[in-house]
Design a protein around this ligand. Structure first.
Ligand code: UD1
Length: 428
């Protein structure tokens, strides 16, 4: 397994281009199952997760072509017909979002057998809301031996679906099924993340009729069929937020390009409170921090437009070096503090009670061997390593490769001392 070695202490100077959003790209790829025409996705990130999903889609009958277009990496997905409506445990367990092929498969073929998902180990992460929504749309669902067997031989039909709490995945999954259902579907208490709006924009470009995406109430009028077309993946707000925090932790000045500052407003406000200079630019945002110490700031994670849970670990790494105590409360996922013991190995002073972490800022972190546990937690270790004295080695970086494209290159182009150590087996 690869490791990443970082010698901390360099300030970051330069610009970092932000890639297309992983969390959007994988839902858009699933959307390609809804049409027999080609869907061309531009601004595509090249990541382990998109490769996993491509492998699954090929089994279902999709021709997946990755190419370099005039505007950078793109993927063309074409499913003339569904050759198999079966997604095996082996393929779905590697990435939880693969479960989202279930909705499109039922919508297009009237039946599917899809494994219950695995994914990041951050809490139980059930899919009950997904299944209830599909049932509301008329699918008959049976669970057996870890598989979902779904049937809707006469097609899906519109329904009123009120989510008991906000779920990004369930909102997206419902959209992916409802676009081809007969009649009207209303989603209440829908997630409002930019990735939902991106998915709705793509589906509408394909001929769907979705209104209200990006708000808590979404209305879908079903159509008989969808066409293909071209769609540019929205920039990755989590990647942008991660590099914003990296710039803040090291000091220096970094311009994030090809990103949408308004999508990370909650984070940027917290950075400003902590003493970081944030300046919008025409194609992104500039992050600058002088030599003065950061102030501690409290954070509560929430669904969008609140502070993203996917930026919580990174922000905690930043707060380990701020003056004073910061309280970080996680409300979206249980068990999302697995980075805490690893940050402690670098000298961070953090205590956790339930969903709340108290971070008492220390003067300095010291490099150590640490282990990545999930995607966002692992990048928090990279951030801490950038600021720590001496060398930090992050093990199990396959977690990072799931969601961060060319991370070492992007950071080293700005002056970070970071390199990948290839292929040695972890003893753990
Ligand atoms: C997506 C993102 C993930 C992000 C999360 C919250 C992708 C691929 N992943 O995950 O990076 O951290 O949104 O912004 O887009 N829940 C249930 N039952 C369900 C569905 C969810 O109880 O059927 C719970 C989850 O366990 C969690 C909460 O709802 O506690 C929110 O989860 P959800 O918004 O669905 O997250 P994901 O879509 O899995």
């Amino acid at each position: 397994m690869d490791r990443i070695a970082i010698v901390g202490g360099a300030t970051l100077e330069g610009s970092i281009p932000i890639s297309g959003a992983k969390n959007s790209a994988i839902k858009l790829m699933a959307a390609s199952l809804l049409t027999d025409a080609p869907l061309r996705l531009t601004n595509m990130p090249r990541l382990a997760d998109t490769r996993f999903l491509a492998r699954l889609l090929r089994r279902l009958g999709t021709e997946v072509t990755e190419q370099d277009g005039v505007d950078g990496p793109e993927t063309v997905l074409h499913t003339p017909e569904i050759v198999s409506a079966f997604a095996s445990y082996d393929l779905v367990r590697q990435m939880r979002a693969s479960f989202n092929v279930l909705g499109p498969l039922i919508a297009r073929t009237g039946h599917a057998k899809v494994s219950l998902p695995g994914g990041c180990s951050i809490g139980a992460r059930p899919v009950d809301l997904h299944l209830k929504a599909l049932e509301a749309l008329g699918a008959h669902i049976d669970l057996n031996e870890g598989y979902v067997y779904a049937q809707a031989p006469r097609g899906l039909k519109g329904a009123r679906i009120e989510f008991p709490f906000v779920s990004v995945g369930a909102t997206e999954h419902t959209l992916l099924a409802a676009v081809l259902a007969r009649g009207e579907t209303t989603l209440l208490n829908a997630a409002q993340e930019p990735e939902i709006e991106d998915l709705a924009n793509c589906l509408n470009m394909m001929g769907a009729r979705i209104e209200g995406a990006g708000t808590a109430t979404i209305r879908v009028t079903g159509v008989d069929r969808l066409a293909g077309g071209d769609h540019a993946v929205v920039p990755d707000r989590i990647e942008a937020g991660t590099y914003a925090v990296a710039a803040a932790v090291t000091g220096g000045c970094v311009r994030l390009t090809n990103c949408r500052a308004e999508h990370i407003q909650a984070l940027l406000s917290k950075l400003v409170e902590a003493g970081v200079e944030v300046t919008p630019t025409p194609d992104g945002v500039q992050i600058r921090r002088g030599p003065e110490r950061l102030r501690s700031v409290d954070v509560v994670t929430d669904p969008y437009p609140g502070f993203a849970t996917d930026l919580q670990a990174q922000f905690m790494a930043l707060m380990t070096l701020a003056a004073g105590e910061s309280v970080i409360r996680e409300t979206v996922f249980e068990n999302r503090f697995m980075h805490v013991p690893e940050l402690a190995r670098l000298g961070a002073d953090i205590t956790v009670h339930g969903g709340e972490a108290r971070v008492r800022g220390v003067e300095a972190l010291n490099g150590a061997q640490v282990m990545a546990t999930d995607l966002r937690a692992s990048v928090s270790l990279v951030i801490a390593g950038l600021a720590a004295r001496g060398e930090t080695v992050v093990h199990r970086v396959y977690h990072l490769d799931r969601g961060f494209e060319r991370l070492e290159e992007k950071l080293s182009n700005c002056g970070a001392d970071i390199r990948r150590l290839k292929g040695e087996e972890d003893a753990a």
